[in-house]
Design a protein around this ligand. Sequence first.
Ligand code: 5AD
Ligand code: SF4
Length: 436
Amino acid sequence: MNFHIVTFGCQMNKHDSERMAGLLARNGHTWTDDMDEADLVVFNTCTVRQHAEDRLIGNVAGLKRLKAVRPEMIIAVGGCVAQKEKERLLEKLPHVDVVFGTHNYVNLPQLVERAQVSTKPVCEVLDALDLPPNGAPSLREEKHHAWVPIVVGCNNFCTYCVVPHVRGREVSRPVEDLKNEVEKLVADGVVEVTLLGQNVNSYGRDLYGKPQFARLMSEINEVNGLERIRFTTSHPKDLSEETIQALAELEKVCEHLHLPVQAGSTRVLAGMNRRYAKEDYLRIVEKVYATLPEIALTTDIMVGFPDETEEDFKETLDVVERARFDYAFTFIYSPREGTPAAKMGDLVPHEVKADRFERLLKVQNRISLEKNAALVGRVIQAFVEGPSKRGNGTLTARTRTNKVINFSGGKELIHGMVNILIEEARTHFLMGRVVR
Ligand code: 5AD
Ligand code: SF4
């Protein structure tokens, strides 16, 4: 069969999709970029906000027409919406053939085979956690880069968040397994890995000997041929001194920290069960900048948490001004069924949320541009990823700080390191030219 996978949501989902693709390919199926010619379409879904779920429903409903013409076509829905909804999803989307949970993608090829011979939809959603099996195949989107999940699940229960309810409790993978996996990836052409977890800083607490995240990074730093190590996400309450030191000292660990603040008001942070105050967060940021003045700091911020007042929101703007993030992923609060925050009601009117969102974006965009502008005139080492998405014949390179640089250059530069003189700054990227 020709298959196509549509992925919604976070990097963990992107990684899971690459595993699904690897498993399907190992079973003799072939990837196609064109959904219209696929015999099997897989949706890997996200439920973190209602918007993502609505888009999924729209996308799958859109396939009804294709399926009317080609009834043998198989539609499979996996990931977080499937995990949460289980069989209920089939009531909303009766033309779906396979529903599989976040822990069940390892069986995807078998579930598809069963659906081909069955007259009824096939549904497999297990509650038990299943780690990505060591050595399970993965069909990567990019040859040079790999996602490596080091801990799956989350124990934090932020009051707005559905993730712990869907992905279960934290389970870490042993240091040795991870090091082996990275060695295999490097042998396959990978030069950059991103270590993934909802909270990488709590890595290892469930393992024998409780290896710390910093120790894992120093082991992976030893892998010959690997050039760059990234990681995400860090919870401020668990970011250790050792991790900051690892960022400073391990030469492969890139100078970028994603540290979601979520909100600036200590009262709202308490309501969110984040377990730090505004001043704690700012203290950590200060320490990070003092240790690594050149680091890029990014964050997640939400507006419109149920009882967020104008005063609370101003505290968020204050944190944004003081922390000077390079980039912020900004969200409008979306109530998720079954979470404690959802029981408070959705109290902030939509217009107020939209207004705060716009104001937040304006402040952050100004700061992003200021930070990029400060790089003009500097020569920065960057890894050339490929043709730029702007489609004007330029190439795209990425700095250790995870910034994108567009520049002109020949195809022979792709997948190599270059030094680029930064000539122009935009809010979300840089422009420059290659220098020796
Ligand atoms: N509403 C809006 N944003 C949310 N996030 C998590 N849950 C919600 C929600 N219910 C955001 C947080 C998190 C990011 C991945 O998504 O900012 O860090
Ligand atoms: Fe959700 Fe909080 Fe866990 Fe992140 S740390 S996944 S926001 S519960």
